[in-house]
Design a protein around this ligand. Structure first.
Ligand code: CUA
Length: 173
């Protein structure tokens, strides 16, 4: 008759021990990097939020657009606000409004809100992504580092015209 060994576990072999130590150190390193990267990484957009009604936000954006409009592109106003000022972007089904023209190397306070449903602000190719919610004015401090035309797409499904919700952001030298 076959009798299984009562003590079947053996002491860890050397390579097993080494790999366990490597795995543990790696886990500790990754765990430490989560809070560290929040401080050291440059990927976090400093943000403030305020509550605002869709009606209030629309009025702010309309006044801002009327004051600084310099052009029109595909029926959407192009707005060139003063360097370093508060700039406003409105998301709605299915448009980004207005088109912002910013200066390279200048800090701006970019306000974003929606007047209907949730949208997703995605700036390409730099891959800056922010949630856009009705009722909240989200302020991101941004400084464009390179001149050119950037694409803005919506990356949050917002019903039938979602795929049409694209625009651009212009950065001049
Ligand atoms: Cu707006 Cu999808």
């Amino acid at each position: 008759m076959f009798v299984p060994e009562r003590v079947w576990w053996k002491p860890l072999s050397r390579p097993e021990k080494s790999w366990l130590i490597i795995a543990l150190v790696w886990c500790l390193f990754l765990t430490a990097m989560m809070p560290l990267w929040f401080v050291l990484g440059r990927q976090n957009v400093p943000a403030e939020t305020y509550t605002v009604t869709p009606q209030q936000y629309r009025e702010i954006v309309d006044a801002f657009t009327a004051q600084y409009q310099v052009d029109t592109l595909n029926g959407v106003p192009v707005v060139e606000p003063p360097a370093g000022s508060d700039v406003y972007l409105l998301a709605r089904q299915w448009q980004w409004y207005p088109i912002l023209k910013l200066k390279k190397g200048t800090p701006y306070r970019l306000h974003i809100s929606s007047t209907d449903v949730q949208h997703g602000f995605s700036l390409q190719p730099v891959n800056l992504n922010l949630q856009v919610l009705p009722g909240y004015d989200y302020v991101a401090k941004i400084t464009p580092t390179q001149a050119g035309d950037y694409s803005i797409v919506c990356n949050e499904f917002c019903a039938i015209g979602h795929h049409l919700m694209a625009s651009k952001l212009i950065v001049t030298d």
